[in-house]
Design a protein around this ligand. Structure first.
Ligand SMILES: C[S@@+](CC[C@H](N)C(=O)[O-])C[C@H]1O[C@@H](n2cnc3c(N)ncnc32)[C@H](O)[C@@H]1O
Length: 495
């Protein structure tokens, strides 16, 4: 897979000035900027004291060339090209229990997927930690290079506060540092950044070798900023009454399930209560046909179809695979129908059921008291089939040129949301939302309509649509590839 780094450069002076203040640098300090980029933090540090000693590095040739050129007259600034996560010198500093740096500041890369070979290398080196998100490894790596009482300030997504994947990182932070302050704010504070699926945070920690002292520390978490200018008020410690300030003892956070930072009572309930846009606004959700007498009108593809005992087997020449008429088929008997759950996500591995689509049968569906020819305008349309009966996993699958029966909710998103909705409906988060909205056993269409929809940025929408479409077009290793889709929606909904 492609190795994409997402590098969002820190363009806001309010952000850099706040972080430099939190660092409180002095001339005695050895300072590190572990992913120098175009040097915004270095400039901000030098603007408070031009004699500071700073090490910086970057993986990228151009960034290193620019940094070298920019700081060529300053012998206190040491620049080299390397991979911060794998660099030998950093290995040495990290192995020294006294650490090396007094202060570390930066905006590490995040949001990019990594090649499997690199993941393996990182997994070995950062055993037990979640290696898919580089930012969390930057945090670990850099804290391990801090001296005791040294300070680090990083701008990173806030997902490390909540996601299960980051449990080990939270445990490390809570037991080895005093977390001074965490600011949480929308990613739009970064001009031009399309990072729609999470908030960003600035975390400042002081390394603390005594775990009891770390546990006794109170973390201050500030939310509710409206613009990046609000960071100035926080930096100056004045007029911040309108912001939400949460203070929590580290020991208490450590004691919570998965050491998760719980910033509201129930995150999902909050999302359900506060999100205006619902699935019903971007997709039609409807139940399918009931024949009134399935044994008479349904047929199976072969005798091994689950639940197919007592049904006739449809012969190939009896099946009209191209029918899209609601009036029936002329030269055939059956059309494909989706019924009951699927063995696979995204794409069903076989068509198991057929329904009688002769003119007589249609007449029966329309006139029989028990039968329901309901929502027929959606039959044969391009949609998503979701089983009505809930299970611990929901397998949503594509459906095209087919009828669907009442064991299925047909979801018909507006075209531009089709793959987004298909991915979402297969995600863990959709399952949790469905269970929170309606804890009973059925996914009736009316409850599905209430699923809150958080739309990502256009770029992220395109990203996820491409991923899901790729699975649909080449349905191999579906479960492995689905993991990335699942992670995307976990981040989007911050779970
Ligand atoms: C998010 S940018 C931040 C740049 C700068 N700190 C700023 O805020 O403007 C991240 C920088 O990290 C560099 N980078 C990405 N992965 C790296 C790695 N493994 N080691 C060192 N630098 C890396 C990228 O080349 C990019 O310049």
């Amino acid at each position: 897979m492609e190795h994409i780094y997402r590098s969002y450069y820190t363009k806001s002076d309010f952000i850099t000035q706040y972080m430099v203040k939190m660092l409180n640098p002095s001339e005695q300090d050895m300072i590190l900027e572990p992913c120098g980029g175009d040097g915004v933090f270095i400039d901000s540090l030098l603007s408070v004291n031009s004699s500071l000693k700073i090490d910086t590095c970057d993986l990228n040739d151009e960034a290193v060339a620019k940094l070298t050129d920019k700081y060529s007259g300053n012998s206190n600034i040491h620049i080299w090209q390397t991979d911060t996560l794998l660099d030998d010198r950093f290995d040495m500093y990290a192995a020294d229990k006294n650490g090396y740096y007094d202060k570390i500041i930066g905006n590490p890369p995040y949001g990019g997927w990594q090649e499997y070979s690199r993941r393996d290398e990182l997994k070995k080196k950062y055993n037990g930690f979640y290696v898919r998100e580089t930012y969390s490894l930057f945090v670990l790596r850099c804290i391990s290079m801090l001296k005791n009482k040294g300070v680090l300030s990083f701008i990173i997504p806030d997902t490390f506060l909540f996601l299960h994947n980051h449990t080990a990182l939270r445990s490390y932070l809570l037991a080895n540092t005093k977390i001074k302050e965490i600011l949480i704010f929308p990613s739009k504070f970064f001009p031009g950044v399309s990072f729609g699926y999470s908030n960003l945070s600035i975390i400042t920690v002081e390394k603390e070798s005594n775990k009891d002292v770390a546990f006794g520390n109170n973390v201050r978490i500030i939310k509710g900023m409206k613009t990046d200018k609000d960071l100035e008020r926080i930096r100056l410690e004045k007029d911040i009454e309108d912001l939400t300030v949460i203070v929590k003892k580290q020991e208490e956070i450590f004691g919570a399930e998965h050491h998760a930072f719980i910033l509201s009572n129930d995150h999902l309930s909050d999302i359900i209560a506060n999100t205006k846009l619902k699935l019903g606004d971007i997709a039609d959700c409807v139940t399918g046909i009931y024949s009134g007498d399935n044994k008479r009108f349904f047929a199976v593809a072969n005798e091994s179809v689950r639940g197919g005992a007592g049904y006739p087997v449809a012969k190939d020449e009896e099946i009209d695979k191209n029918c899209i008429s609601l009036k029936g088929t002329d030269n055939f008997k059956y059309v494909p129908v989706i019924k009951s759950s699927s063995r696979t996500r995204y794409v069903r591995d076989s068509i198991d059921w057929y329904i009688d689509w002769t003119k007589d049968a249609i007449n029966h569906y329309n006139n029989d008291k028990k039968a329901r020819f309901q929502n027929s305008q959606y039959y044969f349309k391009h949609g998503i089939a979701l089983p009505m009966v809930k299970s611990s996993r929901i397998y949503a699958t594509i459906m095209n040129k087919m009828v669907f029966d009442q064991s299925i909710v047909g979801v018909f998103p507006k075209d531009k949301y089709y793959y987004f909705v298909l991915g979402l409906m297969n995600s863990e988060i959709a399952n949790k939302l469905i269970h929170t909205i309606n804890p009973t056993a059925n996914n009736s269409a009316n409850y599905l309509k209430k699923i809150p929809i958080l739309l990502p940025s256009d770029a992220d929408m395109q990203y996820i649509a491409d991923k899901v479409k790729d699975i649909v077009d080449n349905p191999e290793n579906i479960e492995d590839r689905h993991e990335e889709v699942n992670e995307f929606f976990n981040r989007l909904y911050m779970c």
